[in-house]
Design a protein around this ligand. Structure first.
Ligand code: PEP
Ligand code: MN
Length: 241
């Protein structure tokens, strides 16, 4: 199983290191934190940038944990190599853009960085599958998928982003060799619903989870409502495994 956990965003060195320390002692496969955050609305916190990669590299060196961050444009990829970042994900606002995905794929080719592709915000299985295909076409070999739910206008669902398990199944039937993990944090949108979504995903055969956690969730600069504490994230991973 792939268990990725960490804050939505790298905010301070202390926040990154204190969270990574707890998670590295608890069986987490990879530590996540976004240095760059593409936000829906202008004026939201868009990340600390390059210095966040330095903090991730420090966490990797101190605690021996693999580290992952989000990439949004080809120039990010060079910096991942500079700081020895092990893996990256392509977010839901980027995976829906074929030319951008192709640029990222060319930049990633031959670097040995593991890649995770989140489903696009819109409920189009072909666009998600196509993004993964573009990585393969460029010669990127270690590619995984992340189901993080889909934006649905007017839905009466309790979730922030609707999980559409049929789309997950379509993806898996077309790409059976691509590991599929679930991000219950962005589906749920609320900390108290994360465990329930994680359980549903595991029961439906997910190959792992990506869970957001923060030392002080209420004070998080992004996605405050859905972040667990690091200890709660570890409890969740133990519960599902
Ligand atoms: C995230 O993982 O914090 C994130 C922004 O993800 P998504 O692209 O799924 O919104
Ligand atoms: Mn987030």
């Amino acid at each position: 199983m792939i268990f990725i956990a960490g804050p939505c965003a790298a905010e301070t060195r202390e926040q990154v290191l204190s969270t990574a320390e707890i998670l590295s002692n608890g069986g987490v496969t990879m530590f996540r934190a976004s240095a760059w955050k593409p936000r829906t609305r202008a004026g939201s916190f868009e990340g600390v940038g390059e210095v966040g990669l330095k903090w991730l590299a420090d966490a990797k060196e101190r605690f021996g944990i693999r580290v992952i961050t989000e990439i949004d444009c080809a120039s990010n990829v060079e910096l991942l190599t500079k700081y020895g970042i092990d893996a990256c994900w392509i977010g839901a606002r980027t995976s829906c853009s074929p030319f951008t995905v192709s640029e990222l794929a060319s930049a990633l080719s031959g670097r040995g960085i593991e890649v995770f592709v989140k489903n696009p915000v819109c409920a189009d299985p072909a666009l998600w599958i196509g993004a993964v295909e573009r990585l393969f076409v460029a010669g990127v070999e270690a590619v995984n998928a992340i189901h993080r739910g889909f934006v649905q206008w007017g839905s009466s669902s309790q979730y922030r982003n609707e999980p559409i398990w049929d789309i997950v199944d379509i993806f898996r039937s077309e790409m059976p060799d691509v590991p599929m993990i679930c991000d219950p944090s962005h589906i749920a949108g609320r900390a108290d619903l994360v465990a329930d979504v994680a359980r549903q995903a595991i029961d439906r055969g997910a190959d792992g989870l990506m869970v957001e956690c923060h030392p002080n969730p209420a004070a998080a600069k992004s996605d405050a409502a859905q972040q667990l504490t690091p200890h709660a994230a570890l409890q969740l991973l133990n519960w599902v495994s």
